[in-house]
Structures are given as structure tokens and as C-alpha cells.
Design a protein around this ligand. Structure first.
Ligand SMILES: C[S@@+](CC[C@H](N)C(=O)[O-])C[C@H]1O[C@@H](n2cnc3c(N)ncnc32)[C@H](O)[C@@H]1O
Length: 186
């Protein structure tokens, strides 16, 4: 999505995603967990929830929500708060686990690729979790919400426009624009 300007990372964790910015953007993070000691973040960090953003209207150029929307209590509130704090023309980018498209055969193909990758990187816990999911059909128990392209687009459609989605393996990407005059990236 190439976030620009002032970027808010919703559910920033340790700020891992800051490393992917390269054009002098200002990075600000918010998360309800203090995962490092106070003052160790090295970027403006706020302890808080993405459902209640402590920022003024139109105060960010971009917002990203990476591997987080399925953990929050109320995804719709996160979307409407993102809309409020973004400037007109500002961009929201979401990355999340998504429902694999194309039926059972496609699903097993993706699981097989993911399983082999986990094996290659020695992620045995992840491999076990994935196998359990495939064999029992059970949802994992640490994601509170599950999205596919339609449900995530619908969530963002109340306010955002130019909504694009893409599935890569089992990962769902969405990019959406806040309506306004000054959208520089369309
Ligand atoms: C899987 S981690 C992803 C962290 C980071 N985005 C990354 O990609 O490394 C999910 C994060 O969502 C945060 N989280 C949970 N509920 C939240 C909420 N209501 N608002 C904001 N963040 C939340 C968790 O504290 C956790 O840091």
C-alpha cells in the first residue's frame, strides 16, 4: 500500500512493521499491551485500543492494521475510528489471516505449502496448530474474528471507497481510501 506521511499502526505490537517504511514517514503505534518497558519503543507509542483512538479527526495520512483486526473486540469500531482519524484521501491498509478461496482442493494446496514452509523454518508449534486445524476443521482459538474478501470489504464499505482486496495463500490484504479531494495516490 506504500503508506505515506504520518502513519498510525493499529495494534503495533513491538513496532515490528516500522522497518518496512522507507520514505521518511512518521510512525506512530498504538496497542493495549506494553510489550517492552516504558520508553523503550523508539517511536511515539500509545497504550490504548484501536476502537477508541485518542487522536483528532484527519490527523493521519495512512493507517495500517496488521495481523490485528481478528484480535480486537469490535472490528467495525476500528474501521470507523480509522476513517475518523485519516485525512480525506488517506489510506487504510489491512493484513489479516483470510478464508482460503477455491474450495477444498485449493485449501489443501495452501495448507501443504504453508506446512512445508513451517517445517523448513523449524516452526513445529505452528505446524502442529495447522495440522490440527486441517484434521479437525476446528478454528484456532486465538483469533476472535474470521474474514474473507467479502466480509472485510463490507466492513470497510461504510465510509471508505476504492476498496481493493487480494488473497495470497491464506493472507488477506485490503487497501481502502477515505473519500476526499486530496487523494494523491489514485
Ligand atoms: C498478532 S499481534 C500483531 C502485532 C503487529 N501488528 C505485528 O504485525 O507485529 C496482534 C496485536 O493486536 C493487539 N491488540 C489486541 N486487541 C487490540 C485492540 N483492541 N486494539 C489494538 N490492538 C489490539 C495485541 O496486543 C497484539 O499486539
Amino acid at each position: 500500500m506504500r503508506p505515506e506521511g504520518r502513519v498510525l499502526d493499529l495494534g503495533c505490537g513491538t513496532g515490528f512493521n516500522q522497518q518496512f517504511l522507507s520514505n521518511g514517514q512518521t510512525y506512530v503505534g498504538i496497542d493495549p499491551l506494553l510489550l517492552k518497558g516504558a520508553n523503550q519503543y523508539g517511536f511515539p507509542f500509545l497504550l490504548g485500543m484501536a476502537e477508541y483512538l485518542p487522536f483528532r479527526e484527519n490527523s493521519f495520512d495512512s493507517a495500517v492494521c496488521i495481523a490485528t483486526l481478528d484480535h480486537v473486540g469490535d472490528p467495525a469500531m476500528v474501521i470507523s475510528e480509522s476513517l475518523r482519524i485519516l485525512r480525506p484521501g488517506g489510506v487504510l491498509g489491512i493484513m489479516n489471516k483470510g478464508e482460503i478461496e477455491g474450495g477444498r482442493v485449493a485449501r489443501y494446496g495452501v495448507y501443504l505449502r504453508l506446512g512445508l514452509r513451517k517445517l523448513r523454518y523449524g516452526n513445529i508449534a505452528g505446524l502442529k496448530r495447522g495440522l490440527l486445524e486441517v484434521v479437525t476443521g476446528a478454528e484456532d482459538d486465538f483469533h476472535m474474528h474470521h474474514f474473507d474478501r467479502d466480509s472485510l470489504s463490507t466492513l470497510c464499505a461504510s465510509g471508505f471507497q476504492h476498496i481493493d482486496t487480494q488473497m495470497v495463500g491464506n493472507t488477506l490484504f485490503l487497501r481502502a481510501i477515505k473519500p476526499g479531494m486530496s487523494d494523491r495516490r489514485r
